[in-house]
Design a protein around this ligand. Structure first.
Ligand code: SAM
Length: 330
């Protein structure tokens, strides 16, 4: 076993696997209304190929947590089977899913039975008109049902991830928090990042972590949670004395690259050592050319060794990666 160590001593143990670049929502901060040029089928890893690469990461490279994402992972037909085969790896990794929850009501129990541990559901508003405005789809009720099904299936603690957009839902943080508190979902706000396909992100427009805190503190007492943050991206706060918490992921204004333990695999078999990396390392081509697991592991190690100290969003020379969030895997 050789850990995925970089030149700055960080060790990646948390693998984010994008299972597809396709999505059934069109969130304005992620994709244009017409969608994107999806990956051709032959470039996408097959179920066997995905499971094989996850196996290399878990069995040879010390990965302990596997999070499935996309695009929208629930639109991948083989998802339940991929989860089952991942959960059967030794040592068994923790498994989770980041999803918009459309259709989760149908699959939550099957995912749990296959060995999925937890879900993170993306939901930016509890108003169905705002939901429609952000996602360009009228599916708020489906997300609510999906969340309930996840909890009923035991895929908890269920986390809700929200992005606030200036002039759209930036006044809705407190009501979103109250809604999640009432239902026992753990809410985390994520600062909007420069990862949209349309390159529409503007630093002076994004809603900052400080603004979100200030809005929440008008209604609740927030005290930093005592549990050590470790490599978790969210800063956690006890709400009104706890035990409920709310999290803030300040990727832009308070980056946490120094404790990053993440590595990403795209749906077409590219390793990315950072969400904002401009380079990728191709594992699909050597794998299809017959490379063995030891060679794939070597290539993966080399990709991680080149990880930069930080993503540099705050640097004036920052360049947005060529691929948008939906293609990298959020
Ligand atoms: N479709 C799944 C979902 O909705 O969770 C997984 C993929 S989605 C790209 C993962 C997360 O990225 C979502 O919570 C979404 O809100 C977030 N996201 C997308 N674009 C973003 C951006 N530019 N800045 C911050 N978060 C973003």
């Amino acid at each position: 076993m050789q850990p995925l160590t970089d030149a700055f001593g960080r060790v990646a143990t948390d693998l984010r696997v994008s299972l597809t670049d396709r999505c059934n929502l069109r969130c304005t901060y992620c994709m244009p209304p017409e969608g994107l040029d999806w990956l051709p089928q032959e470039q996408q890893l097959t179920d066997d190929e995905v499971v094989r690469l996850i196996g290399v990461a878990v069995e040879r490279l010390g990965v302990r947590e596997v999070r499935f994402t996309g695009g929208e992972p629930l639109v991948r037909r083989g998802l339940v089977d991929i989860v089952r085969r991942t959960a059967a790896l030794e040592p068994r990794p923790e498994t989770s899913l980041t999803t918009n929850a459309l259709g989760l009501a149908r699959t939550a129990q099957a995912l749990k039975d296959a060995g999925l541990d937890r879900v993170n559901v993306s939901l930016d508003t509890i108003r169905s008109d705002t939901f429609h405005e952000i996602t360009r789809r009228d599916r708020f009720a489906d997300v609510v049902t999906g969340l309930e099904a996840a909890r009923a299936a035991g895929l908890g603690p269920v986390k809700v991830n929200a992005v606030l957009l200036r002039g759209v839902n930036d006044d809705q943080a407190p009501e979103l928090l109250d809604w999640c508190l009432e239902r026992g979902y753990e809410l985390r706000f994520i600062e909007q990042m420069p990862l949209d396909a349309q390159h529409g992100w503007r630093r002076d427009e994004m809603v900052t972590a400080d603004e979100i805190m200030a809005a929440l503190e008008e209604h609740h007492v927030l005290v930093p949670a005592l549990e050590p943050r470790g490599s978790a991206p969210a800063e956690l706060f006890l709400v009104d004395g706890g035990p409920a918490t709310v999290g803030i992921i300040a990727s832009v204004t308070r980056p946490f690259c120094g404790t990053c333990d993440r590595v990403r695999l795209t749906a077409d078999g590219q390793v990315r050592n950072c969400l904002f990396a401009r380079e990728e390392s191709d594992l699909r081509t050597p794998m299809r050319a017959g490379a063995g697991d030891a060679e794939l592991a070597e290539r993966w190690l080399a990709a991680m060794a080149a990880k930069k100290p930080g993503h540099g969003i705050d640097d004036p020379s920052f360049l947005q990666p060529d691929r948008p969030m939906s293609a990298i895997g959020g």
